[in-house]
Design a protein around this ligand. Structure first.
Ligand code: ATP
Length: 325
């Protein structure tokens, strides 16, 4: 391998920049040339790439988002789009690709590399949803959870002052990973997750029990993928039966994606970027680098994709219910 390209794709996640920095510097340390691709797979198709040096990634460790920009690129899903990308890659003399993103990004990388096996691909799990098999944590999950906690702590202050019940929707797509961690960290009275059906009657009973136990506020965290019917509808249904609280709804939205990466995500991004380049140098392809039990682990993209959903930790859920009595 002599020249690699790095790109970020799909949803942005804090920690992508530390990872880009690690890829670039590990490559240069190993005498590889390295190219940054702008806007994910779109940049491969548009030939929107630039040579990167050690100084191209100075002072980016602390930046949220991604300096390479990201995109959702439809043309890359087509044979013609992939061929355009391949021709540009070949013209640049690139023989290895590091893709930082989620399962869609990995699906594209695997399809591409199966069609053009002379280009080695290595995936880095970058998504706040923490829903990829092969890494206990994905890049951005820790920062996003911390951002959520900071926001909920503030909401708790006002909830407490007014005897309010807040329904707070948090991100995570089909994964309840952020909701569960935030719920434990903020002492939520209830956590509604996509992985687990919640009976509305049980929720109301537990809110009534909280009031009986003289709670001055209640926080219910609702993961965006929860199937109870949407946070506003849920609040309406509870309002019909719970009269002792003033009920409010907050959707945290995109602020959860931004912000300076946490120490954890800076270290994780650095480790995964470093490992991705080393794996390419070792001749590996069609794999993902991840962190399991604090060790770098390689998983085939095939396996990562077939097993990709987040498995809810039932023990954490049970603990959270006991600790919020
Ligand atoms: P996140 O989990 O944060 O949404 P993601 O990587 O899953 O990240 P997607 O938008 O699903 O985000 O995928 C990113 C890009 O990967 C797509 O915009 C597209 O360019 C490419 N991609 C996704 N699926 C395929 C596919 N089946 N074939 C080729 N390319 C694909």
């Amino acid at each position: 391998i002599s020249k690699i390209a790095v790109l970020t794709s799909g949803g942005d996640a804090p920690g992508m920049n530390p990872c880009i920095r690690a890829v670039v510097r590990t490559a240069i340390y190993n005498k590889l040339e390295v190219v940054g691709v702008r806007q994910g797979y779109q940049g491969l198709i548009d030939n929107n790439m630039y040579d990167m040096q050690t100084r191209s990634v100075s002072n980016i460790l602390n930046l949220g988002g991604t300096i390479l920009k990201t995109a959702r690129c439809l043309p890359f899903r087509t044979d013609e789009g992939m061929e355009l990308a391949y021709n540009n890659i070949k013209a640049q003399g690139i023989d290895g690709l590091v893709v930082i993103g989620g399962d869609g990004t990995f699906t594209g990388a695997l399809r591409f590399s199966k069609r053009f096996p002379d280009i080695a691909v290595m995936g880095v799990p970058g998504t706040i949803d923490n829903d990829l098999y092969g890494s206990t944590y994905t890049l951005g999950f820790d920062t996003a959870t911390n951002t959520v906690i900071e926001a909920i702590d503030k909401i708790r202050d006002t909830a407490d002052a007014h005897d309010r019940l807040f329904f707070i929707e948090v991100m995570g797509r089909d994964s309840g990973a952020i909701a569960l961690r935030a719920g434990i960290s903020c002492g939520a009275e209830a956590i509604l997750l996509p992985e687990r059906a919640t009976a509305i009657d049980d929720l109301i009973e537990s809110l009534k029990a909280g009031q009986f136990n003289k709670k001055s506020s209640s926080i219910v965290i609702v993961a965006e993928g929860d199937k109870t019917g949407g946070v506003y509808d849920l609040a309406e249904r509870v309002r019909a039966q719970v009269k002792f609280y003033d009920i409010k709804v907050t959707i945290l939205g995109h602020l959860q994606r931004g912000g300076s990466p946490s120490a954890f995500d800076r270290v994780l991004g650095s480790r995964l970027g470093f490992a991705a380049v080393n794996a390419l140098l070792a001749g590996k392809s069609q794999m993902m680098v991840g962190l399991e039990a604090n060790h770098i682990k390689l998983t085939t993209l095939e396996e990562a994709l077939t097993q990709h959903t987040y498995k809810l930790e039932d023990d954490l859920m049970q603990m959270s219910e006991i600790l919020s009595i």
